[in-house]
Ligand binder design. Structure first.
Ligand SMILES: Nc1ncnc2c1ncn2[C@@H]1O[C@H](COP(=O)(O)OP(=O)(O)OP(=O)(O)O)[C@@H](O)[C@H]1O
Ligand SMILES: [Mg+2]
Length: 355
């Protein structure tokens, strides 16, 4: 178990600046996720932590040790790839034993450790199978066992579940969480799936074109996004461009599409803003301390465990409300009048991001 620190890590590939000075602190024993869209630099960051690639400048520390230029085999971080990269001509046992054989450990110890790792990933009894005789999820487990058997200080997982079907993905992500807790190991996990990141992580770093936009617990990131990018990346949400037209202390009045909302908390300097409101915070009945917006129903969508009402307001502004109560939407039909209510404390105003 070790903590990991990245200090001003810069990495370029030709003209592409993949990492623009990344700073991160990952606590010992936490499951830390790098979350962001394709091409934002997640894999590059992971490869640099693994020692499979080196930064142009900046440093990586494991505990107090500067490992920036330490070869991968010497730093005790193991990377599990998206495609598992198992040896097709080796049995499950030999795949998992591979790293231990390289280290020339005694046969008995190798056997003991491989058994331990296979038990951990619930693959006891599969020792003599070949990778082609395993399902995707089982192959993924072998890859994880192979990484864990060398007792790494840090386990790095790059989109480990993206080749699995939806159901197996849910199962495997709980498995990864269980194993991480059982071993108390530091895990750095990469995904572009915000729901997966929220479910599995102690903390998340949201990345955007080579920078880290925000680091926090899943709740922090979801409920208190610090930038427009983070707000809109974390699930389906209402992000409405608006303008600050009045200020009284830390309260403002904003305007969009001919609609004015007053008494909202905002202390930023910029007048060009976005209003962020999570759909589940938009209510179809009056609530305390609320702003209200009246318009017409555009759509009512049934998702099983929740229902969404899309309202149409002002000049073509669509806002989504989400409810788990059938009663809330009883009789609501497209083109009918509707009023949405949002507690002022549930409205987040952020400076509009430059595009
Ligand atoms: N070996 C390379 N040569 C040139 N450019 C590269 C190389 N590796 C990565 N890049 C570029 O660096 C940027 C970051 O790539 P990276 O693979 O880290 O993204 P990512 O966040 O892992 O994306 P994805 O979700 O698609 O895997 C991208 O613009 C990519 O094209
Ligand atoms: Mg990647």
């Amino acid at each position: 178990m070790v903590d990991v620190k990245l200090e001003n890590v810069v990495k370029t590939f030709g003209d592409t600046v993949a990492l623009k000075g990344i700073n991160l602190y990952i606590k010992a024993g936490e499951l830390f996720t790098l979350l962001g869209p394709s091409g934002c630099g997640k894999s590059t960051t992971l490869r640099i932590i693994a020692g499979l690639d080196f930064p142009d400048s900046g440093h990586i520390y494991f505990g107090n040790e500067d490992v920036t230029y330490l070869p991968s085999s010497k730093r005790g971080a193991v990377l599990v790839f998206q495609n598992y990269a198992l040896w097709p001509h080796m049995t499950v046992f030999d795949n998992v034993a591979y790293g231990l054989k390289l280290r020339k450990l005694p046969k008995e110890e190798i056997k003991r450790r491989v058994e331990w790792a296979l038990e951990l990933v619930k693959l006891k009894g599969y020792e003599n199978r070949y990778p082609t005789q395993l399902s995707g999820g089982q192959q993924q487990r072998v890859a994880i066992a192979r990484a864990l058997v060398v007792e790494p200080k840090v386990l790095l997982l790059d989109e480990p579940l993206s080749n699995l079907d939806a159901k197996l993905r849910l199962e495997m992500r709980s498995e990864i969480r269980r194993i991480q807790r059982e071993l108390g190991i530091t895990v750095i996990y990469v995904t572009h799936d915000q729901e997966e990141a929220m479910a599995i992580s102690d903390r998340i770093a949201v990345m955007n074109v080579g920078t880290v936009e925000q680091v926090g617990t899943p709740r922090d990131i979801y409920e208190r996004p610090k930038t427009e990018f983070v707000a809109s990346f974390m699930g389906k949400t209402n992000v409405i461009p608006a303008k600050v037209v009045e200020r009284t202390g830390d309260r403002v009045t904003v305007e969009f599409d001919g609609i004015r909302l007053d008494g909202l908390h905002y202390t930023g300097k910029e007048d060009e803003v976005v209003i962020v409101i999570r759909p589940e915070r938009v209510k179809l009945k009056p609530v305390e301390n609320a702003i209200s917006i009246s318009g017409i129903v555009d759509l009512v969508e049934y998702y099983g465990f929740f229902i969404e009402v899309v309202g149409l307001f002002g000049e073509e502004r669509r806002i989504i409300a989400r409810t788990i109560s059938d009663r809330d939407v009883e009789g609501l039909k497209p083109t009918q009048p509707v009023t949405f209510y949002v507690n002022r404390d549930d409205v987040i105003i952020l400076p509009r991001q430059k595009r």
